[in-house]
Design a protein around this ligand. Sequence first.
Ligand SMILES: [Zn+2]
Length: 422
Amino acid sequence: MNLFRRPSVCLLTILVVVILFSPLACWLTGIGQQADTLSAQVIRLPDGTLVSSPKAQALHRLTLPLRVERVLVYPLLLLAFQFSGGALAWRVRLERLVGRRFRGSEMAVVLLFILTFHLALYLLYLPFNFYRGFVLMRQFGLSTQTAAGWLSDWGKSVLIALLTDGLLWTGFYWLLRRLPRRWPVVAGAGLLVFSLVYTLLTPVLITPLFYEVRPLEDAALRQRILALAGRAGMAVDRVEVIDASAKTTAVNAYFTGFGRARRIVLYDTLLAGYTPDQIEVVLAHEMGHWYYRHHLLAVLGVGAAAWLGLFGLRWLLNRTWPRLGLRGPADVAGLPYLLAVVAIASLLSLPVQNAVSRYAERQADRFALEVSQKPEAFVQLFEQFAEQNLSPVDAPGWEKFLFYTHPSIAERIRMAELWVGD
Ligand SMILES: [Zn+2]
């Protein structure tokens, strides 16, 4: 531990500087300031290949390095903080603050550590996220928000995140003390229940905090959507519209809920700029996810992987806590280390998760073509998506392997062009 202290402090300082200054470095390239002058038109070469618009390419030149930085720097930062002795010092300071005045003061220290540590991370990443989520989006015309609006959304999401971080990690350390051997069994079940409840409550409790949700008024479109749902064999409870245009120019639609409380949610930007045929294709794709039960399978799959992961974490924690200078596996001063292990494990499993996701998206695309029987609308839809969302039409293999949760737009268009209806 002592051996690593000095290099860790150096590394920690460097990483903090990188996180704080990388937005400035991106800004200084001047690429964003010239975004206005670039065309958003997708280029189609004579042989039919699609090429991203100059504007989408410029945006990508800035977002890709930031994305790579985020996944590599974040776990390193956590490890450097752990090995610098910072986590132990912070726990000692909180213990002095809380004292031993009341029963449960140990858990109070745990909760305070979790909340202050996460809050420090959110604040450290604030300039980075402000640049990526607001400045860039404004420069490229993808955001319609004000800075105050963005900051208020940021504040709300930090509060929600602190609430869930506090709940989950306090529960985790409480279990670790109560059931030193069998905690992964209970923690895994708890995690699964939590993610099911969270998925069910998101449209009811969280979406309304950020958007205004109203029922779809256009009766003709409503009828079309319900008829489409009928063809797909899906019972839809409600069709809703959210006022996404107050924040973004991007388009999207999704479908939420299990069992009987099923609803389809459309961005108002989709209603404004797309033909009924194109909207039908989007919804048919979402119905494809429902038809193959992708949402439920995702929760169960991630839950099962997390459960196995918890046993791995127990194995690791029981072997490493003395070397980290902790008092035991349940010492909250080991939290940065645990967060780093979780971040590294999810980074390593990202290609697998994304491959599964791309497979599911392809299934939903095929379903959309079969139910709607509108391959031309499908092709136009994705060309328009590429222009409106400034998505690159294609990417090098390594980038798709690491980051792509959906097939590239070029691949999706090719699939529709090759599709033969029945
Ligand atoms: Zn999808």
